[in-house]
Design a protein around this ligand. Structure first.
Ligand code: ADP
Length: 392
């Protein structure tokens, strides 16, 4: 009987060992599978994070703004250009357009894209603290089954382009208006002469003088327009040389002596003899001429006094100024007098043959020399126009 008991025990032990091994093996396999799954998951997560970083870097490197919306309409991605364009300081991911931007026109566009799949070339005004004009191209992106997954919007900033377009349009309108006035005067007087006024010598002379004055105005206007357009297109190259300020000022005083005498205005050249500027002599004379001519024209009506003076500034600069004792310029117009065609008193400017372009030309020339121009004025006491130039 013992041999069979021993045999059964041995078989039992063998079976127990086999079961234990199998269990250990299974546990090992289970652990291996778990580790494998965890590694795969980690690798996938890493790959996903890397892809996202790459995608974000790619979008951030774009000059245009990019906005990605999920199928639920929430913002998934916004690149740095767009955040800058819209002056956003907080992260708006996870919010809807209505919550994050208060921009109904964009919400309407997104609704349109959902129906039409693609909307190209929409121009939207962004009504933020710094209003912008943006061209938006928008399209839905779909999964392989054609199901809409969300919307991608690309924004191109056309604010500057629009501003330039408006400036050009305004400029053309202003030029047409400026040309029309003297032309219609000339035409009116010519017609009156043809209708019989020419037979009265006194009247004919007076009308011809008026025609002559308006023809002069047209000439000045066209000359100033040509100067402005050449300055803007860079056709006039500044030939910077060592020029003596006092000598340039003296030439202008001589050129305007008759005009000043006509109005009993004295022009004093107080420019120190030892100041030398690095400037284009002809253009510097044009700047001084326009400023002194204005000081005579708009200054004190009789017995006025105009002073031209200058001083040295730090950093190798010179400050030049032209001062009059006229009525001055009202505060709200002090910046605007340098705009093309801006006049404080339209009638007076036209009466004195002004084109409204003199100070715009001054500003252009001074800026082309790397300087700046400004005006200080006290109503009833006079104006002083300042500009800076590099020292030679
Ligand atoms: P304009 O041809 O009309 O003189 P400007 O560009 O030279 O054009 O000047 C623009 C406007 O600035 C003038 O129409 C005038 O109203 C004002 N202005 C210029 N200089 C003076 C000044 N010294 N005193 C008062 N107003 C001035």
């Amino acid at each position: 009987m013992w041999p069979s008991v021993i045999f059964i025990i041995i078989v039992g032990l063998i079976l127990l060992d086999a079961w234990r091994r199998e269990r250990r093996h299974r546990r090992q396999r289970f652990q291996e599978r778990q580790e494998y799954t965890a590694t795969m998951l980690r690798q996938q997560q890493q790959a996903f994070a890397e892809a996202q970083t790459r995608q974000q870097a790619l979008f951030n490197s774009m000059v245009d703004g990019v906005l990605l919306l999920g199928s639920n309409g929430k913002i998934q991605l916004i690149n740095q250009s767009l955040a800058r364009l819209l002056s956003l300081s907080t992260d708006i991911r996870g919010q809807s357009i209505a919550e994050a931007l208060r921009w109904p026109a964009l919400a309407d566009l997104v609704a349109r894209v959902a129906v039409e799949n693609q909307v190209l070339g929409s121009e939207l005004e962004y009504p933020g603290t710094e209003p912008r004009c943006l061209e938006v191209n928008a399209a839905c992106y779909v999964d392989p089954d054609g199901k809409q997954q969300g919307t991608i919007l690309v924004f191109h900033d056309i604010t500057r382009l629009k501003q330039l377009e408006n400036t050009r349009r305004e400029f053309v309108a202003n030029v047409s208006h400026e040309l029309r006035t003297p032309l219609s005067m000339i035409k009116g007087y010519v017609e009156t002469l043809l209708e019989g006024a020419r037979n009265d010598p006194d009247q004919a002379t007076r009308f011809l003088q008026i025609i002559d004055k308006h023809a002069d105005r047209l000439t000045y206007l066209i000359e100033d327009l040509l100067t402005i357009s050449k300055l803007e297109s860079g056709q006039i190259v500044m030939n910077a040389q060592r020029v003596n300020l006092r000598e340039q000022g003296q030439r202008v005083v001589e050129d305007l002596r008759a005009r000043a005498a006509e109005k009993h205005v004295t022009v004093e050249n107080q420019l120190p003899p030892d100041l030398w500027a690095l400037a284009d002599a002809d253009r510097l004379q044009q700047v001084l001429f326009n400023l002194v001519e204005n000081a005579i024209k708009y200054g004190h009506r009789q017995q006025g006094r105009v002073v031209i003076d200058a001083r040295e500034l730090p950093e190798d600069k010179l400050q030049v100024w032209v001062q009059d004792d006229g009525p001055g310029v009202p505060p709200e117009a002090r910046e605007r007098v340098f705009e093309r065609f801006f006049r404080v008193d339209k009638a007076r400017s036209r009466e004195t043959g002004g084109t409204g372009l003199g100070l715009a030309i001054v500003k252009h020339i001074v800026q082309a020399h790397g300087g700046k121009v400004w005006l200080e004025s006290h109503l009833g006491q006079g104006s002083t126009f300042y500009f800076t130039l590099p020292k030679a």
